[in-house]
Design a protein around this ligand. Structure first.
Ligand SMILES: O=C(O)CCC(=O)C(=O)O
Ligand SMILES: [Fe+2]
Length: 206
């Protein structure tokens, strides 16, 4: 895992080189968490996954307008334990960076697929909610599972420090942020974006 410097150079396309803005307080970028091969294997779960991975959703899609994506759950079988182990390590690092105390990962991990065919995305929201688990969410993580050339739109944006921060897109990069921060995924306009999403939990605010 590589923690990227605050002013890493990226090439967003069309020959333009842009200085990436540093993440706001309570957010961090951790690079190279998953290899390309691992990202592709995770993507297959939602691309090839049967209805068994689509519990609770109508046709694999959520009905409300806030979230438009197809999701799959990481199976809780031994062959997928490496994903949870990697995410636990990542969350431990995120805890050190953000100073937010976490106790455990209490929810299953998800793979999300955002396709241009429905302009999939996820409007502004916070991951903390009133539910038993949702109110214990402390850290949210999104791992970019698609390469930058595979889609347009689909930007993960987080509001913090009084500004809107746009997350880096390199495949295998993790973006970690406090679950109370408002964030969104802008509509995908071309191609498909995949992400691995998870949460770490702990005592309310401490
Ligand atoms: O797909 C992402 O990068 C983030 C999704 C998200 O915000 C969520 O599932 O709560
Ligand atoms: Fe979210």
């Amino acid at each position: 895992m590589k923690r990227s410097g605050p002013r890493a150079l990226t090439r967003p396309g069309k020959g333009e080189v842009r200085q990436e803005a540093p993440p706001p307080e309570f957010a961090a970028v951790i690079g190279e968490v998953f290899s390309e091969r691992e990202c592709l294997a995770l993507r297959d779960l939602v691309d090839l996954g049967g209805d068994g991975y689509r519990a609770g959703l109508v046709g694999g899609r959520e009905a409300d307008g806030v979230r438009r994506s197809t999701i799959a759950w990481i199976p809780e079988t031994p062959e997928w334990h490496w994903v949870e182990a990697r995410m636990a390590r990542l969350m431990a690092e995120a805890q050190r960076i953000t100073g937010l105390e976490i106790e455990a990962l209490e929810e299953r991990l998800q793979i999300a697929r955002y396709g241009a065919e429905h302009r999939d995305g996820f409007d502004w929201h916070s991951d903390r909610g009133a539910g038993t688990l949702a109110r214990r969410r402390k850290l949210s993580v999104s791992v970019q599972l698609s390469s930058t050339v595979e889609y347009r739109g689909g930007h993960l944006e987080v509001i913090g420090d009084g500004r809107t921060w746009r997350a880096p897109r390199a495949m295998g990069t993790a973006i970690v942020f406090a679950s109370f921060l408002t964030h969104r995924v802008t509509p995908v306009t071309h191609g498909v974006r995949h992400s691995l999403v998870g949460w770490a939990h702990g005592n309310s605010v401490r």
